[in-house]
Design a protein around this ligand. Structure first.
Ligand code: U2F
Length: 566
């Protein structure tokens, strides 16, 4: 059984040393240890009677290995990306605190040692059983494991979880489909289950949302923040000079400067100050706790459009700042923007930080068109006028992350073969009823209770069936009903009865590989089922189809988990 552990000594020892990235992670783990410990106590109380199996877990951080080029470590103190390090530090801490048996690897040598693959023998199949129940890695690590385990990787891949910042959609993950239909990229095509990819924000329900944490405030800190907020102090988001060179920024910086004192944390070298305007008070890149102090004083945290989807806006909002960010019209995506080009997703990024925009929103987050000077001016004046409280969504607290990771570890299973369809209850054989029933006062169909004994996580009782509008994805269709699309429940609705339950009359029924299926084409009165479960996808839409969508409810502040998922 897994027992919560709050002592982080053993974890710190395992993380190792010798790289700035590892030192950054260790500083973070140390600083946050007390928060994790009290979160563990709260979760322990909440789960009181739950048996938690202790898992043997390997964490192989591929992007930090020398063999992958490790471009991140040398930039830790120079304004390079830190978001990934924040997330890995938090994943390691969560797994450790949950009481699992952890092994950490940041080099090929350690990977080989852990897997029992002799080094220097090229591709070498792992003959015995896998010595781990779970392996957390990233795309680099996956490639390294393939090179060194060869074909045996296929046998073990259901144990793998890929930490994938921006997400991978099923159409890109399915090798044959991606190759045939133009979804092939440098990253995708591993034929994993979509939920084996774990993202930094809940970008798409096709993947699992792993996340990270931001620091929580106690009552005294909250009071102090309230007392010490400086109404006309703004901090600019962006620790690298290039982030300040985005087009048009002079115009809105000039407006901002009219009202507020502007601070920055841009890295610079002693001999060469950064190219930020003279009126900016630049503190240089700050250690995380000092950035936190700066954010506690500031009223506004303002993004210029890059970096996309990082942790800093959540930290700012948690410290009582308002986050002002540009709306992207048209949205940025792998189809129109260099940064996303080649990433295995066609997700449309509607602003610098869509999570902040959609899940948090006003008054903490204001998303506007920065090209509209009047709107920008009005937003600054509004920000100086209003008072906001520090806010941190539950899913980004230590307790929220522990709860989510616990639920995944104990319930997600990509190794057991799944029954493609739910077992047919013998009483249905004479006159098969629709497995769906209409809830009173609702147009949403739910699964009839006599089938709810079917093993599934999330449980089948959470399933709500919807048909999307033509041209609408299941992500959006479920969202507009106040629900979330749940790919794990697709297998239950990939049946003819689902169409009739929704009053969609099929002249013909076909079964095909298409990431939009199951779907209905009104033009041909044709019902199409999904042939390959790997292609079940919440993302994707076409004007030709009304898609069938398995939606579910979710816990307040914890979108990854349905109400009965714990
Ligand atoms: C994101 O990476 P970034 O590292 O650019 O994300 P940020 O939001 O800037 O913040 C990462 C951390 O850097 C810390 C801050 C955040 O936790 O506390 N920090 C700091 O320690 N000192 C400072 O002066 C300023 C910030 C994203 F996370 C990555 O996944 C993406 O690859 C990248 C590009 O979109 O953006």
């Amino acid at each position: 059984q897994a027992v919560f552990q709050s002592d982080i000594g053993a974890l710190l020892e395992q993380v190792g040393a010798g790289k700035e990235s590892l030192s950054f992670m260790k500083r973070r783990i140390r600083r946050m240890a007390a928060q994790w410990a009290s979160a563990a106590r709260r979760l322990d109380d909440k789960l009181r009677n739950h048996w938690r199996e202790q898992k043997r877990i390997l964490v192989h951080v591929g992007f930090l290995t020398e063999e992958s080029g490790d471009v991140f470590s040398p930039k830790v103190l120079k304004g390079g990306p830190l978001g990934e390090m924040v997330q890995w530090a938090d994943i390691l801490t969560a797994l450790h605190v949950l009481g699992h048996n952890l092994k950490i690897s940041v080099s090929l040598k350690e990977l080989h040692g852990s897997l029992g693959v002799p080094p220097g023998r090229g591709s070498c199949p792992l003959t015995g059983p896998l010595p781990f129940d779970l392996i957390y890695t990233d795309y680099h690590g996956l490639q390294q494991m393939k090179q060194h385990m060869g074909l045996s990787l296929r046998k073990h891949k259901c144990h793998i979880r890929v930490i994938d910042t921006f997400g991978t959609e099923p159409a890109y993950n399915h090798e044959e489909y991606a190759t045939r239909h133009g979804y092939r990229t440098n990253w995708g095509y591993w034929n994993l289950h979509g939920q084996q990819y774990m993202t930094m924000f809940p970008h798409t329900p096709d993947n699992s949302f792993m996340g990270f944490v931001a620091e929580e405030l106690n009552e005294t800190e909250r009071l102090n923040i309230q007392r010490n907020k400086v109404n006309n102090m703004a901090v600019v988001y962006g620790k690298e000079a290039s982030m300040w060179k985005l087009q048009g920024k002079e115009k809105f910086l000039a407006i901002l400067n009219r009202y507020m004192e502007i601070h920055g944390t841009v890295y610079y070298e002693a001999q060469r100050p950064p190219e930020v305007p003279a009126f900016v008070k630049n503190h240089g890149l700050l250690p995380q706790p000092e950035l936190q102090q700066l954010l506690r004083k500031a009223k506004l945290f303002i993004g210029f459009g890059f970096p996309y989807e990082g942790p800093a806006p959540l930290e700012a909002i948690a410290n009582g700042c308002i986050f002002l960010q540009p709306k992207f019209n048209p949205p940025h995506s792998s189809l129109n923007h260099d940064f996303f080009r080649g990433k295995p997703t066609s997700r449309k990024v509607s602003s610098q930080h869509p999570y902040a925009e959609q899940y948090i929103g006003r008054p903490h987050v204001i998303t506007i068109d920065f090209n509209n000077s009047e709107e920008f001016d009005a937003a600054i004046r509004e920000i100086m006028r209003i008072n906001v409280q520090p806010f941190l969504p539950y899913e980004y607290t230590c307790e929220g992350m522990l709860e989510r990771v616990h639920a995944y570890i104990q319930n997600q299973d990509f190794c057991s073969p799944e029954a493609p369809f739910p077992p047919v209850n013998s009483s249905w054989l004479s006159s098969p009823p629709s497995p769906f029933v209409l809830l009173p006062n609702s147009s949403i169909l739910t699964w009839a209770s006599n089938a709810s004994s079917c093993p599934s996580w999330p449980p089948l009782s959470a399933l709500r069936l919807l048909a999307s509008l033509e041209g609408q994805s299941c992500v959006t269709a479920c969202q507009s009903a106040g629900l979330i699309c749940e790919p794990a429940l697709y297998r239950f609705i990939n049946i003819k009865e689902a169409f009739s339950a929704l009053d969609l009359q099929c002249d013909g029924v076909e079964s095909e590989m298409n990431h939009l299926f199951p779907a209905f084409s009104a033009e041909h009165a044709e019902c199409s089922l999904q042939q390959d479960p790997l292609l079940f996808s919440c993302a994707g839409s076409s004007a030709k189809y009304q898609r069938l969508c398995p939606c579910r409810d979710y816990r307040n502040g914890q979108v990854a988990l349905c109400r009965d998922c714990l």
